[in-house]
Ligand binder design. Structure first.
Ligand code: RFL
Ligand code: PHB
Length: 389
């Protein structure tokens, strides 16, 4: 089979890119290792920036997001005693939309057939070939039969563990990495949220986040050592810990209920640069990872896709090879700033194993500074709603 672009991975990055290219009449194929049900079973991001909402609008796939998504004008930082509200709408004129990544993915998946975006699910042994040439190919196994896709460009949207980045010969890029000594234990439950806006709490016992998916579905996180096992955390133990860490006011409003999902996600900061090698471009988690503290991962995947779609459309429609050459620098400029924000918010809100009383005092001083400074709040707010493209 021959296509112009072979996209690896049908997460949000791969599906968004596929739809944007199809809308311009560019032939593409998406290869996904998992089944559709598996992809939709993953519970991940919940906060969408304008860039992500804007791409769904551009595709005309925003109807459900507009109907069911919750616009949020602010969020809160808690220091164990008080809530510090960051009024992002007043400070930036923008808001964020609370709408699950699962729902974004579902909306993109459901539009594939009607829009002629071909996705091969359950594609095994995906391998990239000749990426340094202008005739690369991708092989995979489906139902026991090996197949080959010849194309002009490959876009790796296959997440942190996928084969795309690994296909780049060693020495052709640099990995920047920081692995954190804790993970986030997340719990999803069909109970009303304890607060109408998100609360990120730095308590002496550790970090906690109160988030939501709707008025009737809550998403909460606490940080735990990476060595912790999810089996050791009964629902009651998680609710008890949340009530302590989120503080007495939020605790009063927590409605407990059985978890419908509970898992531990490790935290990492990672950038691979450059994000293109030969005929291969990387988008989203395939090229970089942020710790979830700033809610940036999915939104960075969306901004990569925005730049990649623009470059590929210019390349295929106007024969503009410079567009492809410029992709990595353009995308990385935004990636690094989101890495910085996610890292600094993680540093501010978590207790690290080596932290002593001095580090804790620094965190409390910074939170107190934020509470009293419009300049500090504006900086947080403009990063939270997303820096301009
Ligand atoms: P994905 O979603 O990981 O999709 C990659 C796809 O590639 C497939 N794949 C392969 N396909 C073919 N062959 C192979 N060999 C393959 N290997 C892998 C995978 O099956 C998958 O379908 O990457 P993408 O599209 O780049 O999207 C990135 C986002 O998923 C990620 O950045 C966010 O979920 C991060 N994130 C958050 N981001 C936000 O913007 N806001 C948030 O509030 C937010 N909260 C979170 C998060 C991530 C979390 N976890 C689980 C790490 C909260 C959590 C807990
Ligand atoms: C979520 O609702 O899953 C969520 C919200 C904000 C974050 C991370 C995750 O920073």
């Amino acid at each position: 089979m021959i296509v112009q672009v072979c996209i690896i991975g049908a997460g949000p990055a791969g599906l968004l890119l596929g739809h944007l290219l199809r809308a311009e009449g560019i032939e593409c194929l998406v290869l996904e290792r998992q089944s559709p049900d598996y992809v939709l079973g993953r519970i991940r991001a919940g906060v969408l920036e304008e860039v992500t909402v804007g791409l769904m609008e551009r595709l005309g796939l925003d109807a459900r997001m507009k109907a069911e998504g919750l616009p949020h004008d602010g969020f809160n930082l808690a220091d164990g005693e008080r809530l510090i509200r960051i009024d992002v709408k007043e400070l930036t004129g923008k808001d964020v939309t609370v709408y699950g990544q699962t729902e974004v993915t579902r909306d993109l998946m459901e539009a594939c057939e009607e829009r002629g975006l071909q996705v091969v699910y359950d594609a095994g042994d995906v391998a990239l070939h000749d990426i340094e040439s202008d005739r690369p190919s991708v092989t995979f196994v489906k139902d026991g039969i090996e197949q080959r896709i010849d194309c002009r460009m490959i876009v790796g949207c296959d997440g942190f563990h996928g084969p795309s980045r690994k296909a780049i010969p060693s020495g052709m890029g640099t990995e920047y990495e920081r692995v954190y000594p804790f993970g986030w234990l997340g719990i999803l439950a069909d109970v009303p949220p304890c607060n109408h806006e998100l609360i990120y709490a730095n308590h002496a016992r550790g970090f906690a986040l109160a988030s939501m998916r709707s008025d009737t579905r809550s998403r909460y996180y606490i940080d735990v050592p990476v060595t912790e096992k999810v089996e050791d955390w009964s629902d009651e133990r998680v609710w008890d810990e949340l009530a302590l860490r989120l503080g007495p006011d939020a605790a009063l409003n927590i409605t407990r209920g059985p978890s419908i999902e509970k898992s531990i996600a490790p935290l990492r900061s990672f950038v691979f640069a450059p994000m293109r090698h030969g005929s291969l471009m990387l988008c989203g988690d395939a090229g970089h990872i942020v710790p979830p503290t700033g809610a940036k991962g999915l939104n960075l995947a969306a901004s990569d896709v925005h730049y990649a779609a623009d470059a590929l459309i210019r390349f295929f429609k106007r024969d503009d090879a410079d567009a492809i050459a410029g992709y990595s620098d353009t995308a990385l400029a935004r990636v690094w700033k989101a890495e910085r924000f996610s890292w600094s918010l993680t540093r501010l809100m978590h207790r690290f194993p080596d932290d002593g009383p001095f580090e804790r005092a620094m965190q409390m001083a910074e939170l107190d500074y934020i509470a009293g400074s419009r300049a500090a709040q504006t900086s947080l707010a403009e990063n939270y709603v997303g820096l301009p493209l």
